[in-house]
Ligand binder design. Structure first.
Ligand SMILES: [Zn+2]
Length: 143
């Protein structure tokens, strides 16, 4: 797959929430996270700077969920329930955006997706070390 994508449109499942974004590092930033919330949500996210992500339609349908330190904001469509994006705790200047919402892109297009160690969150680390990688998830297509 071509991971060097610049700009792209996206939408939730029902299509009422629509957005346009410029990716920070194409699809190279794709990853999952093993924190208590992300392991349930199960989405692969890519990065965008806050100013590079624009809701085109349906902003009023977005609901926000916060937990624990309440610093990250997890947005989802209140009609179809699909997670669209979240403002990161690890980098509040960035959004993580659901790759499954991006036009023509599926999380199953990736052979391998790194998993960040969100249990040992970098913001909880007094040494200030960056995010650790907990492992990778691999998709092996059937013959
Ligand atoms: Zn929706």
């Amino acid at each position: 797959m071509n991971k060097d994508i610049g700009e792209i449109n996206g939408a939730c499942h029902c299509g009422d929430v629509r957005f346009h974004m410029t990716l920070s590092n194409g699809l190279h930033s794709a990853r999952r996270c093993n924190c208590s919330y992300c392991r349930m949500r199960g989405a692969v996210a890519v990065s965008a700077e806050l100013a590079d992500f624009h809701i085109l339609q349906g902003a009023e349908l977005l609901t926000v969920y916060r937990f624990n330190t309440m610093s990250a904001q997890h947005f989802f469509c209140s009609r179809c329930g699909i997670y669209t994006h979240h403002q990161r705790r690890s980098n509040p200047h960035q959004y993580g955006v659901n790759v499954a919402c991006l036009e023509g892109i599926s999380p199953f297009d990736f052979d391998e997706v790194p998993v960040s160690d969100g249990i040992a969150h970098p913001k909880d680390d007094p040494t200030g070390a960056g995010p650790r990688q907990a492992g990778v998830l691999r998709f092996i297509p059937a013959d």
